[in-house]
Ligand binder design. Structure first.
Ligand code: ADP
Ligand code: MG
Length: 240
């Protein structure tokens, strides 16, 4: 579903992604971990062209997204992203947050978009909040709305960039529960997270990034029980 071949990313003199090769299968749940500044966000942002690689090839669902500029909008429709900061539209109601893009970009009728939007809100347990504004919700609720909003575009791939890192501890689980639910439905997911419990229970594969490189990758069981690289061991000893 996603293939990166020889991907490099430079920000000025900073070499942030170093010759990354990575394949994510259809339906796979890939968890990305690693220290701050190691390039995790840049890596997943290259998967929906929020960042354009300096060199190398990114292919999503058979389409080389690094090939044509014109495809950006199309790519973003099939590859949705959920951020640490929820980025909801503050002056739109919860339901409007979900229906805006389907109406404007996918040309879905407002009635149809509203019906689908309510169904997605129900899935994240927030149907009764359809007509309130984001500021009236807790952080955990806002992030669940952000996930529902991403789903409303019916993406093939969901990218999550530390979706629980900005949340108060008591709200983390409700967001993880929604993500676990989603994982069981077979959508392809790439998740940058420090939630090792999530990685252990949901991931098909964990990759560890350091200094712009994938240092180690394995099934969660092998990864956590038998990390092979020194850098992985030292990172895990600090966070577990
Ligand atoms: P992570 O998500 O693992 O913390 P990032 O991918 O955000 O790492 O960042 C990797 C490196 O690239 C960091 O040194 C960061 O400061 C730098 N970086 C990220 N985005 C930009 C940008 N838009 N301009 C310049 N430097 C950036
Ligand atoms: Mg990051």
């Amino acid at each position: 579903m996603i293939q990166l071949e020889g991907v490099n990313k430079h920000f000025g003199h900073l070499h942030v992604l170093k010759n990354i090769d990575l394949t994510v299968k259809t339906g796979e749940k890939l968890v990305v971990i690693g220290p701050s500044g190691s390039g995790k966000s840049t890596l997943i942002r290259c998967m929906n062209l929020l960042e354009k690689p300096s060199s190398g090839k990114v292919t999503v669902d058979g389409v080389e997204i690094t090939a044509h500029k014109a495809l950006v909008a199309k790519v973003r429709q099939s590859v949705a992203m959920v951020f640490q900061q929820f980025n909801l539209y503050p002056h739109k109601t919860v339901l409007e947050n979900l229906t805006l893009a389907p109406i404007l970009i996918k040309k879905v009728s407002p009635a149809e978009a509203a019906e689908a939007g309510l169904a997605y809100l129900e899935r994240v347990g927030l149907k009764e909040k359809a007509n309130v504004y984001p500021s009236q919700l807790s952080g955990g609720q806002q992030q669940r709305v952000a996930i529902a909003r991403a789903l409303a575009m019916r993406p093939k791939i969901m990218l999550f960039d530390e979706p629980t890192s900005a949340l108060d501890p008591e709200m983390i689980q409700e967001v993880l529960d929604v993500m676990v639910d989603l994982a069981h439905e077979g959508i392809t997911m790439v998740v940058v997270t420090h939630e090792m419990g999530f990685a252990k229970t949901v991931a098909d594969r964990v990759i560890f990034m350091d200094d712009g490189q994938i240092v180690e990758e394995n099934t969660p069981k092998c990864f956590f029980e038998n990390p092979t690289h020194e850098r992985t061991k030292s990172f895990l000893s600090r966070i577990l």
